[in-house]
Write a protein that binds this ligand. Structure first.
Ligand code: ADP
Length: 480
């Protein structure tokens, strides 16, 4: 197989900078793709955390003036990854979050900051960085959306192929049209086949209009974003490009999420012997101040507490939960109303409902290893990672039938169970109450429940299959 060279372009990458699932994907793909004969270099902004982690760096290109200051490209390793760092202190040498300042507002120059990233990628695609001439520019989310625009409107002679992956269509990178010149784009770029979107400059829109291939992170989400309900005004464009739009599921890191070796959990276990889960369940009950007993179904939530995640629906079901002899452990942080809602629920139902407000990776591991079921009632969910972790740990996901949740959870209905299948519960969005009732019914047959756990743990949630699909997509572009 011909080796393929990819430049991934992203505003965040685990373990260097992370605010969400995007970073996990960008950080995990290179190792999985290497097994497919694909070599990946990641172009990232030179945030302080990236520059600190960078080792063995060589200066491969420089600008005296680049979007308002001097800048350079540094090629080296960071966090176990091959990276190309856009070192531009006037754009990226700032503390904290990559997108927002200490006041919690977007950095006022975000348009320039990520236009610079995209333009640098387009130039690397044309060979400015010695010894690095990628076959493919793989752009992630709106921050890299302008890459194909710089290639097209910058007059690139033999441009590399471009792939744009949408991790969440809710984030589109919209900026005033008056910035066109400052972003070093010609007037000709401001059209329906370019960066224009409802009178503004749309970074994601530009990428969707111009990339050679579009992917998103699950097949169901790929279909959903072509509808007015989920497309967030981009559905028409996506329908027109439906032939080059693919859904490729995310995976999780099987070494980090492995119940047989997980040192963050009290007792390790495998699907051959699930009995250690009982001690893990007790440990979760202790942390959340719940009554210690194996009998009730212990439901868990590990989530950002935002409208997208639909957890207000769970607050509406508290009486049912108690009536069905369920316990609930909630770990999350986010919107005030949801944080106070779950805090109040815990106070009103001591021993039954517990909540920890915050982000705690170790506690997330302990929960997955001990809860009986994980509730994910999202209104939309491009892929979702938390249900993949739950499957791996034998915590049955109870999920709304949307996006990646629909593609990864197999509902334990009669037909599925008769065929030895099923690994969780799916419900029509909004129907959480009846899903909880079905979960309670399934729990009554403990042997059948264990079979569902075994099925869940046998599911391949690794990066192997997704990486093979990305590699096939790249190779398809090169033979075109
Ligand atoms: P999203 O990216 O929309 O937040 P995902 O399910 O795709 O949702 O990924 C979120 C990841 O972060 C999951 O692995 C989830 O378990 C984890 N997570 C979310 N909230 C917390 C929290 N409060 N503490 C620890 N881990 C969390």
């Amino acid at each position: 197989m011909r080796p393929v060279s990819v430049l991934a372009v992203a505003a965040e990458v685990f373990p260097l900078v992370k605010t969400g699932g995007l970073a996990d994907v960008v950080g995990a793909l290179p190792a999985a793709l290497a097994a497919e004969g694909v070599a990946t270099t990641i172009l990232v902004p030179g945030y302080p955390a990236v520059l600190q982690a960078l080792s063995g760096a060589a200066h491969v290109f420089g600008w005296r003036q680049f979007f308002g200051g001097s800048a350079g490209l540094l090629r080296g390793q960071a966090g176990g990854l091959d990276v190309l760092v856009l070192d531009a202190p006037h754009l990226y040498d700032r503390p904290g979050n990559p997108y927002v300042g200490p006041d919690g507002r977007d950095w006022p120059d975000n348009a320039r900051r990520f236009a610079a990233l995209a333009k640098a990628a387009a130039l690397v695609g044309q060979g400015v960085a010695a010894d690095l001439l990628p076959d493919i520019l793989h752009c992630h989310d709106w921050q890299a959306g302008l890459v194909p625009a710089y290639l097209k409107f910058g007059g690139a002679v033999r441009p590399p192929a471009t792939v744009l992956t949408v991790h969440n269509i809710a984030f589109q990178g919209l900026f005033p049209a008056s910035l066109l010149g400052a972003l070093e784009l010609p007037d000709a770029a401001f059209g329906i086949d370019g960066v224009e979107f409802y009178g503004m400059i749309g970074f994601l829109k530009a990428g969707l209009a111009l990339a050679d291939r579009i992917t998103t992170v699950s097949p169901t989400y790929a279909a959903e974003i072509q509808t007015p309900e989920h497309g967030m005004r981009l559905d028409g464009l996506l329908r027109s490009r439906g032939g080059i739009l693919h859904g490729i599921l995310n995976g999780i890191d099987e070494t980090v999420w492995n119940p047989a070796t997980d040192t963050l959990t009290p007792k390790k276990f495998s699907s051959a012997d699930l009995s250690p889960r009982a001690a893990n369940k007790r440990a979760v009950q202790e942390v959340f101040g719940l009554d210690i007993s194996p009998a009730p179904i212990l439901l868990g939530v590990i989530s950002r507490l935002t409208w997208q995640k639909g957890l207000d629906q769970l607050l509406d079901c508290l009486d049912d939960l108690v009536e069905l002899d369920m316990q609930l452990a909630v770990l999350g942080s986010g919107e005030d109303g949801l944080e106070s809602g779950f805090t109040a629920a815990a106070a009103a139902h001591p021993g039954r409902i517990g909540c920890v407000i915050g982000y705690d990776e170790a506690l997330a591991h302990r929960m997955q290893a001990g809860i009986d079921a994980l509730v994910v009632p999202s209104r939309f969910e491009p892929c979702g990672l938390t249900q993949l972790c739950a499957l791996r740990y034998g915590a049955l996901p109870v999920v709304a039938r949307v996006g990646g949740l629909a593609d990864t959870v197999v509902d334990a209905n009669e037909a599925a169970r008769a065929a030895g299948l099923g690994n969780g519960v799916q419900f029509t969005p909004g129907m959480l109450r009846s899903a909880l009732r079905r979960t309670a019914e399934l729990w009554r047959d403990q042997a059948a429940w264990r079979q569902l756990q075994v099925n869940a743990m046998a599911q391949d949630v690794s990066w192997r299959r997704p990486a093979a699909q990305y590699a096939a997509l790249y190779r398809g572009l090169l033979t075109n």
